[in-house]
Design a protein around this ligand. Structure first.
Ligand SMILES: Cc1cc2nc3c(=O)[nH]c(=O)nc-3n(C[C@H](O)[C@H](O)[C@H](O)COP(=O)(O)OP(=O)(O)OC[C@H]3O[C@@H](n4cnc5c(N)ncnc54)[C@H](O)[C@@H]3O)c2cc1C
Length: 574
């Protein structure tokens, strides 16, 4: 039986959080915290996980979505870091989540003769070697002439390159992957709840023994008792440290990176692209066969950590950089989505954030509490393993070693067979083949669960009116089985409607709210309040993107409150 994260499961989880005594309490449901929960649960420990907002609501839904070794670390000769990340890339693509992760080709345009081809070519050759044995369609790099490069990417200005090298990296939908990690942890016995914020730490005889948490849906506070607390709060690490006596063991700074989303037909290309731009790297990344992601920026951010805002300056910068190389320049009219995320960087000697380390740190500054931060998405499993190792190091009874390299995520087992049978699946459900391929990429073998309710309700097989890339059944499944509690969770992270449609999901919002209301027990009043929240969020984000700089963009974004802060709504008298 595959576990469903629905309203009943959440009620049960809250009861268990109050009543049970756990080995490990994980704070933070980004990819690191979800990874820690899975690592600890699969070692046989009793695990609790609390996430203040939604799974992946922080940085883990706002990345470039690449599973990569990082060519720039190669340039810094940090071969160990690159090798480790490439090992994780192979694991994710071939074993842990072949349904969610897939290879993506990238062009690296060359602009100087001979030396650049030799220099970059040697680097990418090393990258391929460090990547090890070729897994699923992860091909080796190849050198291209200018003509060959323009054939692969006709959108490039011929003057922008004299040739190119094409190589491969991995990609996944970060928000959905983090959800799958958390859901797999629950499958292995972890007790997890979202909308639960850690607001204090409990201690006894100088050791941390649990945390006070607040259920943001009801406003109730209670204590979760645990032998060890692992904080995986990303850019919120400093706030969590502040709850314990003595602070400042890890210094985590935030660097903002934004992405633009444009429809696929805006850029004529069969491949992604990576090139240098300003102080950062410019990526053009294919997204879901329907869009391109263009990123990213790298600037220090010390404003609101929950809702980083993209300003007009950020957007103009990216457009300017990408338009240097495109035949048909992009304009703001082409942009259908914009998102901003914060890199949790370990503070180093240099103040320029693009020079800070992406490696992670794990510290256990007081008995009973471990902090894990830094790193990158690709290496979340290694971070999780190191954090659990640190937490259990001094326990009198030995704890088994990490085994997550052998634990496929839900939806992975049998995926290859399901993929081979996709034509039959399409015929069985009267869906077209491309639709089934996309569904398999979102749910793997759990696809049959998503479609099962449609046996009795054929309307669920219809596409959503305002977002035809998604079925009505997906909205219902998001709240029944994938832990979504609010309209925003469904439109922003279970689906990516909020960044894939020009109206940022406004047209789909009403239909989705009506579909999920019965599962979540919403009244008409709740539906109206959720819609009002979502519309206010979209308006505030749009407003922030018209503002000149970070300060004014931040102020504009804060014009819309977080839906969870208003969850304990004052209801009108019956
Ligand atoms: C623009 C950008 C592009 C990137 N691109 C890539 C890439 O392509 N590949 C790659 O490998 N990496 C990439 N990264 C890095 C990667 O996204 C991050 O390293 C990773 O997502 C961090 O995950 P995390 O779980 O540590 O933090 P988060 O995802 O931020 O999770 C922390 C969680 O803790 C919760 N929390 C905070 N305080 C509390 C509390 N008191 N109680 C309960 N919960 C709490 C938050 O709500 C949040 O959900 C990128 C980052 C950015 C910003």
């Amino acid at each position: 039986m595959v576990v469903w994260l629905g309203p009943a499961q959440r009620t049960g989880a809250l009861r268990q959080l109050r009543e049970q005594h756990f080995d490990v309490l994980v704070v933070g449901g980004g990819v690191t915290g979800a990874g820690v929960a899975l690592d600890a649960a699969t070692r046989g420990l009793r695990v609790a996980l609390v996430e203040a907002r939604d799974y992946a609501a922080g940085t883990s839904s706002r990345s470039s979505k690449l599973i990569h070794g990082g060519l720039r670390y190669l340039e810094q000769f940090n071969l160990a870091l690159v090798r480790e990340a490439l090992r994780e890339r192979a694991l994710l693509l071939d074993r842990l989540c072949p349904h969610l992760a897939h290879p993506v080709p990238f062009l690296y345009p060359l602009t100087a003769r001979v030396w650049e081809r030799l220099y970059v070519g040697a680097g990418i050759a090393v990258y391929d070697v460090l990547g090890g044995r070729r897994g699923r369609s992860m091909q080796r790099h190849r050198h291209l002439s200018r003509r060959g490069a323009l054939q692969a990417m006709p959108a490039l200005r011929p003057q922008a390159l004299i040739g190119a090298i094409q190589y491969y990296d991995g990609q996944l939908d970060d928000a959905r992957h983090t959800l799958f990690v958390a859901r797999t942890a629950v499958q292995y016995g972890a007790v997890a709840a979202t909308s639960v914020r850690a607001v204090g730490l409990s201690s006894s005889h100088g050791a941390v023994v649990g945390a006070t948490v607040r259920d943001l849906e009801s406003g109730q506070e209670f204590t979760v008792r645990a032998r060890h607390v692992i904080n995986a709060a990303g850019v919120f690490t400093d706030q969590l440290q502040g709850l314990a006596p003595g602070t400042g063991w890890l210094r985590v700074t935030a660097s903002k990176g934004i992405h633009l989303v444009v429809p696929h037909d805006c850029i004529d290309s069969t491949t992604g692209l990576i090139t240098r731009a300003g102080g950062s790297v410019l990526f053009v990344i294919p997204w879901q066969g329907s869009h391109w992601l263009i990123g990213t920026t790298d600037t220090p951010w010390d404003l609101d950590l929950s809702h980083p805002a993209a300003s007009r300056r950020d957007i103009s910068y990216l457009l300017e950089q990408v338009n240097r190389i495109l035949v048909r320049p992009l304009t703001t009219e082409d942009i259908v989505g914009v998102y901003a995320g914060l890199r949790p960087l370990l503070a180093g000697e240099s103040d320029a954030t693009s020079k800070l380390s992406r490696e992670h740190a794990v510290v256990t500054p007081v008995p009973g509490m471990t902090l894990v931060a830094g790193g990158k998405y690709t290496t979340y499993r290694v971070m999780a393993r190191d954090a659990v190792d640190a937490a259990v190091r001094d326990w009198p009874t030995p704890v088994p070693r990490s085994c997550t390299q052998d634990v496929p995520l839900l939806g992975a087992n049998g995926y290859n067979t399901a993929w081979d049978s996709r034509a039959a699946l399409a015929a069985q459900h009267h869906l077209d083949l491309v639709r089934v391929e996309r569904l398999l990429g979102r749910y793997g073998t759990l696809l049959t669960e998503v479609l099962a309710p449609a046996h009795d309700r054929e309307d669920l097989l219809r596409p959503l009116g305002g977002a035809p890339g998604y079925l009505r059944a997906e909205a219902v499944y998001a709240v029944s089985a994938e832990g979504a509690l609010h309209l925003d969770d469904v439109l922003t992270r279970r689906t990516r409607i909020s960044i894939e449609t020009p109206d940022r999901g406004l047209a789909a919002a009403e239909e989705v709210a009506e579909l999920i209301a019965p599962v979540l027990g919403w009244t008409e009043y709740d539906v109206a309040a959720e819609l009002a929240h979502y519309r206010a969020r979209v308006a505030a984000e749009r407003d922030s993107q018209d503002q000149a700089d970070d300060q004014t963009a931040d102020a504009a974004r804060l014009g819309a409150r977080d839906v969870r802060l208003d969850s304990q709504r004052v209801r009108p008298p019956a």
